[in-house]
Each structure stands twice: as C-alpha cells, then as structure tokens.
Design a protein around this ligand. Structure first.
Ligand code: SER
Length: 404
C-alpha cells in the first residue's frame, strides 16, 4: 500500500491523532455539550428494519427517532459499526470500506440543525484543527414536497463556508419508507492544489459528515408525514476522518491498517487494488463472523459468502495455491479487538477456512462440468438453471469460470 497517491501527507491538518484519539475527542466534545454515550450495537439491525445489516448509526435508534423516549435522554453520541455492500464495487478506492465505524450524534426532538452544524464545524476546525478553507458544505435545495433548507444555508453563510445546493444528494432515507429528511453534508478538500469546483463537480472533495434533519416519515405511497418530533441524526465515517487527520489520503493508510500493511504483503504479493480488496474483505468477513453470521446461500450469510469468495478469487487469480490458513491470527485478533468483539479468533479462522474449502471444491466441480461438450458453446437460460440447480453453480461463477 505504498503508491504515490496514498502516501502523500495532507497539508490541511496539524494533528496526528490515532483512531482511538479521534473517537475520544469526538465523544468528549459531545459529552461536554450534554450528550450521553450509548453503546454501539452489532451489525444486526433491529427487527423490522428493511436492511440486512446496519448501514448507519441511526438504525438501532429508529424507535427513538419515531418518538419513543430514550432511557438516556434526548442527546446521544456513539460509535456504531456499519456494513455497506452498495459500495462494494468502490472498495479499493481511497475512501470506501465494507465494514467501517460511524461516529454519530442525535438530537431526539431537542436542538435543531443549525446547532448541530455549528458544533460540527467547531469540532472539525478547533477540535481537530482542519483548515476551514478546505471545507465545503452542501445543503438541500428543495423539491416539490419539501422547501429548501434555509436554516442550514444561513448557518454556513455566517461561517463563511462555500455551499452547494442539491436535491437528491441532500436527502437522506434509510429505505423507500420510514424516517427521512433533508441533510447538510460537510466535505473536505483532499487535492494537492488549492480547492476548486464543488463537491458534486470534483471527487477530491471527500464527504466527511452528514447532518440529517430527520423530521419526516415516508409512507408507502411516497407521501411524507411529520415524525412526532424534529430530530437530528449525524454520521461521520471514523476511518475516513482518521486517515485525513493522519495526513493520509486513503483509508487503507490509517493506523488501523498498520498490522495489515506489515503482514499481508510478506504473505501474498498483490498489486495495490488487490491488496486493498483482500484486506478490506478479510477484515469485514472477520467482523461479520464475529457478530455471529455463518456463510449461507441467502441473506446475511450470502453477503459473507460473497465477501470471502470475492477475496479468494482475487488471491487465486495470480496463484491458486494461496491459502487462508496462512492468514496470521494476529490480524483476526486485532480486528475483533478493535470492534470490541469478544469472540475466539480461531473460531473465526475456522469459518473462513471451511468456506475456502467449500469454494475450492465448487470451483473444481464447476470446471469439470463446464468442460463437457454440452457447455462449449453459448449458454442459454436452461443451461444456467441446470448448472445452478443440479451442480450448485451460480451464474456469476459460471461466467467467471468460462473466462479462465
Ligand atoms: N444517517 C445518516 C447517514 O448515514 C447520518 O448518520 O449518513
């Protein structure tokens, strides 16, 4: 992980905080402002939530955003592990991880968006030392259902931050129905040149922090009704912030990846994108297994299976003799420790090794079956059904094997 792109330090910050320091600074800042720290939940969302995994810090809080009183009050702060598979294709770029932690704050019917943004700005600039000239905000510009978010716009104008107005990019929802609202996002410039363009116009503007004015509920017919209270829900990707504060332009360069960077290249020679993918997926698979998921053909288990198979496909592309048995247990342990998962690392490794064996056998069978004369020409739908139902070969795997 030592390309020119990601070893550059960034001039916009003057701190060298570890990830743990970033968490502590964040939590204390909000505790000083009346927030109580809640314990982050596992990757399993609460019953009834439309997603397979927790993808945002607000998931465990949905009932409280909908009006149920929270036992710790109206101001909350936490660190929540999240898994996002919508970004899977982006893993390997500088800013996306499959499993990551989200620093979050909530006002449950207490203070408004203006206050939240102002505290956020204060923490980023005074607390973390980010040069304000490297920040840019985006604000909801209004659509045919909800008017523009003028309160956020005014706050940013008072603070002297450039603002871009958007519609879809500044509306946050958890799914097609449920709590939602306009949001204001804070971006940081990561380019080598002085800042230019806007967040939607230049991807060197990296999104840091999203503040959602969570006051609507979308119904099945698409209409919006007010939630019983006006909430604020904010989320900030920990690894992204930590890497930028550590002067790195890639999440794979933050301190959490130090052990991976030390151990994996000595084990397997991989190009930079493959190394990132392998580390990300191994780390994510570890956390998912640590939360009690086993590989399966449906649901959460299938997400885990895809992660493991994807990383094995990358590992075996160059050298099919590579084996997960070589994976140092320290890496599994480091990951479980970081995510505060009290699970036996050898048990996690056993799940990975079982899945590896299963995948190897499937590939061998697939190659034998596909070598039959029947499958030499183009495959039709019936062939794909037969390969899947009789031999357990999913169509994406069949396509991969035929490219070998
Ligand atoms: N729910 C919002 C998000 O995930 C803010 O936490 O971006």
């Amino acid at each position: 992980m030592n390309t020119e792109e990601n070893t550059g330090t960034h001039p916009g910050t003057h701190t060298r905080l570890s990830t743990e320091d970033v968490v502590r600074t964040f939590v204390e800042y909000f505790e000083e402002r009346g927030h109580r720290r809640i314990t982050g939940s596992t990757l399993m969302p609460p019953p009834g939530d439309p997603v397979l995994f927790t993808t945002s810090g607000m998931h465990p809080l949905t009932p409280y955003l909908e009006g149920q009183p929270h036992p710790l009050g109206r101001r909350l702060v936490n660190v929540q592990r999240c898994l996002r598979t919508t970004d899977l294709e982006e893993v390997g770029d500088s800013t996306h991880l499959t499993v990551f932690e989200m620093l979050g704050t909530w006002s449950l019917g207490d203070y408004e968006g203006r206050q939240s943004l102002d505290w956020g700005y204060g923490l980023l600039t005074d607390g973390f030392g980010i040069d304000p000239s490297l920040l840019h905000a985006t604000v909801f510009g209004g659509d045919d259902q909800v008017g523009p978010d003028t309160a956020s716009l005014e706050l940013w104008q008072e603070r002297g931050l450039p603002v871009e107005l958007t519609v879809q990019d500044n509306w946050w929802s958890n799914g097609p129905t449920g709590p939602c609202g306009p949001d204001s996002e804070i971006f940081m410039w990561t380019g080598d040149t002085p800042p230019e363009s806007t967040p939607t116009g230049d991807d060197r503007w990296v999104e840091l922090w999203n503040h959602v004015m969570m006051r609507h509920r979308r119904l099945i017919d698409g209409s919006l009704v007010p939630l019983p209270q006006r909430n604020i829900d904010t989320g900030l990707g920990l690894e992204r912030l930590a890497s930028l504060l550590q002067g790195r332009t890639s999440v794979f360069e933050c301190d959490l990846f130090d052990p991976w960077r030390h151990l994996v290249p000595g084990l397997w020679q991989l190009d930079e994108p493959s190394l990132r993918l392998v580390c990300d997926h191994l780390r994510s698979a570890t956390v998912v297994i640590g939360d009690g998921v086993h590989p399966a053909n449906t649901g959460r288990g299938y997400v885990l299976r895809r992660l493991v198979r994807r990383l094995l496909t990358v590992l075996w592309r160059e050298d099919p003799s590579r084996e997960l048995v070589d994976l140092p247990v320290e890496l599994v342990l480091h990951t479980l420790d970081h995510f505060r998962q009290d699970v036996d690392p050898d048990g996690v490794r056993r799940v990975l090794l079982d899945e590896e064996r299963r995948f190897r056998r499937l590939l061998e069978r697939g190659r034998q079956v596909l070598a039959r004369p029947r499958f030499k020409g183009p495959l039709n739908e019936e062939d794909f059904h037969y390969l899947h139902d009789t031999h357990g070969l999913p169509s994406d795997l069949v396509l991969t094997l035929r490219q070998e």
